[in-house]
Design a protein around this ligand. Sequence first.
Ligand code: PHB
Length: 395
Amino acid sequence: MTTRRVVLVRSAAVVGAASTGLLLPQIARAQSSRIRVGFMLPYTGAYAPLGVAIENGVRMALNEKGGKLGGREIDWFKLDDESEPSKGVENASRLVQRDKVDVLIGTVHSGVQMGIQKVVREAGVLNIIPNAGVHAATRALCAPNVFRTSFTNSQPTLALGKPMMDKGLKRAAWITWKYAAGDEAFEGFRDSYTKAGGTIVKELGLPFPNVEFQALLTEIASLKPDAVACFFAGPPAAKFMRDYAAAGLKDKIQLWGSGFLTEGVLDAAGPAAEGVMTTMHYSDSLDTPRNRQFRLDYAKTFRLQPDVYAVQGYDSGLLLALGMAAVKGDFANRQALYKAMETAAIDSPRGKWTMSKSHNPIQDIYLRRVENKENKVIGIAAKALADSGAGCKMA
Ligand code: PHB
């Protein structure tokens, strides 16, 4: 928030100078040569830690590149979207219309992204999605100015069904928050699990961001499936795992999920998370020089352990820096900027990935098991997995 105030104070000073006829041409030039980058992320609510991790990641990547974009200084803007879909359009418009950002980095929640999508498609503003997996963003509503550095909601769970069946878990119940992220994660799970021969005995859901899991856990206990698969994220995911264990289910019915379940919450979940199996495009335990260095630097800078959200933020920063370097800061050269971003190969802590034609990562999905408060990599569950991009027509 400090950053935002700094920017406002500065623009007020410039306006004051202009009205008294004192605005020197060089000041005007210096102002316009700065690039305006806005964060629209959750800083309150269930996804607040996710927003913080993403911002940290972006800042870290850009600091590594000298703190500039294509040689231009950056003015930062921040807006708390509260993961509130009903305010999505209004909040995105604030950044675009009022703050006149050149780049909008956001957001986490799929419903809020739908609002951003509408605004940036109309305004033609560059949008980098550092998390929200809503299918439409890189399918029917894809756009030349929208790039996602994270995943589609069904990408991690498309890799979930087979390893469950490989373990002989033939009957599963599904549980999630009922909104796009959970519903589309279910699509990936349903397709992969039934294709591998599994039977889904029940779909259970509750509204986002409710954490009253008890009645649903009782239902799971009476259904007695071989396994439960789920989508939850953020601190409520830790509560889900704790409640699951407290309900006596942990040792009876294996818990699987898309990997968000165990991202950034392993301390909070404690022993309840041990043994939980997930699929995800990142793992803290990836033993590569790139990941080890990233984790060391992030922990030193922010006094926090990075998670998948930090990585997605970091990669968003890398992607933007790469595009801006390719056009030497000439943001008006959109065609070349987007071309560079489209053809980027990102050397990420998650492993190398490239952009699909519909602007979503083509990436490996790892199978992981929680061991000693770490997401231990068991293997690669899907190699270079791309989203279908169904219905995407770039204008
Ligand atoms: C989403 O709403 O798209 C979403 C939120 C949190 C996650 C993953 C997806 O961890």
